[in-house]
Structures are given as structure tokens and as C-alpha cells.
Ligand binder design. Structure first.
Ligand code: SAH
Length: 243
């Protein structure tokens, strides 16, 4: 064994139990969070029209480490089933809402998805294993930069991040199989409807700012006819416009 091999062996011996311990710390809270989400789904099934989460959504929620998307001070709360601040007046959504929105999109391995409101990148990370590609837009430069770096460091190769006003969607990459908007708008942006494929689904919180909004499922049928259905009351940070 040469010096480098010896040092590597010592490093592995010392570091791996620590790494495992760090993972274990979040393992139980993450399982508990998942159990709460599954229970929440049961309560809201009559309104949400979805009785349970698919195995794929559950697997992704179980494997996506929310503690890697929040700041150090908030680590003890990372697996609480509630939104948390991510700076600049924005929040990472409540895990149950992330799971529900993911489910309502009916993700498919062939789908190309547009997300408005990258925020921490957590929702995109949950969707990533379930679809082909995600195009995500964030309006706050600092959040865009941080999420882009985080997602790349975590090894996500099917998430494309862009800085800008998501009101206009992502024309160059349209049309999309589905669109997920994670900030509350007072109306459904027409360009997003246009960028949705026939047969596509958009999930968006619609309503006035700082009050309860309605999580709304917008569908476009094969002939291009658009319909909307309110799912349940939610509270999201506001959809802001061009800075
Ligand atoms: N999906 C995020 C939730 C972030 S909260 C997550 O999983 O962490 C909503 C985000 O939408 C905020 O970061 C906010 O800055 C962003 N946002 C608000 N209006 C926007 C707009 N017009 N275009 C793009 N992003 C917007």
C-alpha cells in the first residue's frame, strides 16, 4: 500500500461512519413526513380527486432529501410538513402540497415539464426522476443562482434553470406536456395556456395575494379546448412581475 492508498483507506474508515450517522439523523423524520403526507392525501381525497399517491411519487418524496434544500438554521425543521422560508420573502412549499401537485400533473417518463417559481429547486428535484425534462424559471436572481448550483451539485441532469419572469413561459422550449406554477397568480397567464400541449395539464394556485387561493387544475383536451377545476384552498407566495 502506498502513502496515498493508506491515507485514502484511513479517510474512508474515519469518514464513512460519520456520513452514515448524518444520513440517519434525517431518515426517521423523512419517513414520518411521508406518513403524514399519505394521511393528508386520505383526508383531502374527496376534494382533490386523488385518493392516493402513486408509488413513483412516494418513492421520489422518500428519496429527495429536503434538508439539502433549506438553510442550516432550518435543518431541524426540514422534514416538518410545512412551508419554510428560503430568503427574499419566498418559501419552499409544504411537502404535502409538493406531493399533491406532482401527482396532479400525472408525470410520465416521456414528459417535458415547465415549472414557474424554481425557489429552492425542491419541487423540480421531486419531479426530476418522474419525467424526461424540466424547464424551471425563477424571477429572483439570487434564488435562481443558488438553485441552479444546488441542482447541478446534486447531479440532476434533466433540470434546466432560467432567470426571468415566468409569466411569458419558455417560448423556445414550448409546447410542454405539463406546467406547474408554484406562486399564486390572480389569473392564469395566457402564454402558459398557449404553451401547454393538447392533452396537457397545468397546476396553478389562482387568487388574490396574501389570502387563500385555489389550487387549480387547467386541462387542454385533444381538440385544444381548455377547462379548469378547483382542487383545494392553498396559500402560496405571490406571482411577481418583471423586475
Ligand atoms: N417550487 C419552489 C417554491 C418556491 S416559492 C420550491 O420547491 O422551493 C415560489 C417561487 O416563485 C419564489 O421563489 C418566487 O420568487 C418565484 N416567482 C414568483 N413570481 C415569479 C415569476 N413571475 N416568474 C418566475 N418565478 C416567480
Amino acid at each position: 500500500m502506498n502513502v496515498i492508498q493508506t491515507l485514502t483507506a484511513i479517510f474512508l474508515l474515519v469518514s464513512s461512519p460519520l456520513a452514515i450517522a448524518a444520513e440517519d439523523r434525517f431518515d426517521i423524520p423523512r419517513k414520518k413526513m411521508l406518513a403524514e403526507i399519505v394521511a393528508d392525501m386520505k383526508y383531502t381525497a374527496p376534494v382533490a380527486g386523488k385518493t392516493r399517491l402513486s408509488e413513483h411519487t412516494i418513492k421520489s418524496m422518500a428519496e429527495t432529501k429536503r434538508h439539502l434544500f433549506v438553510s442550516r438554521e432550518l435543518l431541524p425543521y426540514a422534514y416538518r410538513n410545512r412551508p419554510l422560508p428560503i430568503g427574499y420573502g419566498q418559501t419552499i412549499s409544504q411537502p404535502y402540497i409538493v406531493a399533491l401537485m406532482t401527482e396532479l400533473l400525472d408525470p410520465d417518463p416521456e414528459h417535458r415539464v415547465l415549472e414557474i417559481g424554481t425557489g429552492s429547486g425542491y419541487q423540480a428535484a421531486v419531479l426530476a426522476p418522474l419525467v424526461k425534462e424540466i424547464y424551471t424559471i425563477e424571477i429572483v436572481p439570487q434564488l435562481h443562482k443558488k438553485a441552479k448550483e444546488r441542482l447541478s451539485k446534486l447531479g440532476y441532469t434533466n433540470i434546466e434553470c432560467r432567470l426571468g419572469d415566468g409569466y411569458f413561459g419558455w417560448e423556445d422550449e414550448a409546447p410542454f406536456d405539463s406546467i406547474i406554477v408554484t406562486a399564486a397568480a390572480d389569473h392564469v397567464p395566457p402564454s402558459l395556456v398557449r404553451q401547454l400541449k393538447p392533452g396537457g395539464r397545468m397546476i396553478i394556485p389562482v387568487g388574490a395575494q396574501f389570502v387563500t387561493q385555489q389550487l387549480t387544475l387547467v386541462t387542454k383536451d385533444a381538440s385544444g379546448k381548455v377547462g379548469a377545476r378547483q382542487i383545494l384552498p392553498v396559500r402560496f407566495v405571490p406571482f411577481t412581475r418583471g423586475r
